[in-house]
Design a protein around this ligand. Structure first.
Ligand code: PGA
Length: 236
């Protein structure tokens, strides 16, 4: 594992963007696994600047996002599809058809999970997976559990996740209770994993995940087994 500690969110964002851009420059057809949440926004802004400056070209790149709330359509401004379009895809020269987010409004959610895993497999897997970490140790929406779930699946969100994400909604009651998330197989089979965490409130869970026992009670702890993991942490 490569652990990079920086002293500002700006530096975290620039470092993360540099690693993602380097992947795309080295392999224009790269498959990027992408994340939502507040942590990656700075990196996405920086990638858009690099793209504008002509330093990175996303025209051949494709993406698969980690997760989506059940019941929120792409037009809903709290959906992760909306987030990705707003914060990244509309600002870079990516082919929108090459971007994928699970469909949280699918009539048959189990079929949607199977479709998503098949789509990732068809792309040949993920070259670089970007991850945030929840205060409960989740990656994607793989919440603390008795087992590591292998494939894309429907989850019931942990009360701490609902609480943490309520800040993006008008009220706690509006936070969806369920989500679709990529499972551990696609994440662990990514050739590289880049985990970013920002803020003192992430320090304890990050330490538990990276240096504690490998357990589904701390889902991110499985990353200790990944052969190419980079972690960037900024306290502020
Ligand atoms: P955050 O979310 O970036 O908004 O802190 C991270 C996560 O829950 O994975």
């Amino acid at each position: 594992m490569k652990f990079i500690k920086v002293d500002t969110y700006e530096k975290l964002s620039r470092s993360a963007a540099n690693i993602i851009a380097a992947q795309v420059i080295a392999k224009p057809h790269a498959v990027l696994g992408l994340a939502t949440g507040s942590t990656p926004i700075g990196a996405y802004t920086r990638l858009a600047e690099m793209c504008d400056a002509g330093d990175v070209d996303f025209s051949l790149t494709s993406t698969v996002n980690l997760d989506e709330y059940v019941g929120l359509s792409p037009a809903n401004d709290q959906s992760y599809r909306y987030f990705m379009d707003k914060n990244l895809f509309s600002k870079i020269n990516i082919n929108k058809d090459a971007t994928s987010v699970p469909n949280g409004c699918a009539e048959d959610l189990d079929a949607e999970c199977e479709r998503y895993d098949a789509l990732i497999a068809d792309k040949g897997g993920i070259d670089l997976q970007l991850l945030g970490i929840g205060i409960d140790g989740h990656i994607g929406f793989n919440e603390p559990d008795e087992v590591f779930e292998k494939g894309t699946h429907v989850v019931t969100l942990d009360p701490s996740t609902i609480e943490a994400n309520a800040r993006f909604f008008a009220s706690r009651d509006e936070v969806p209770r369920k989500a679709i998330t990529m499972g551990m197989q696609a994440i662990m089979q990514a050739k590289k994993v880049l985990l970013i965490a920002n803020g003192k409130n992430k320090e304890a869970i990050l330490h538990a995940a990276l240096f504690g026992p490998i357990t589904p009670k701390v889902p991110a702890s499985i990353l200790q087994l990944h052969p190419d993991l980079t972690v960037i942490y900024s306290e502020v």
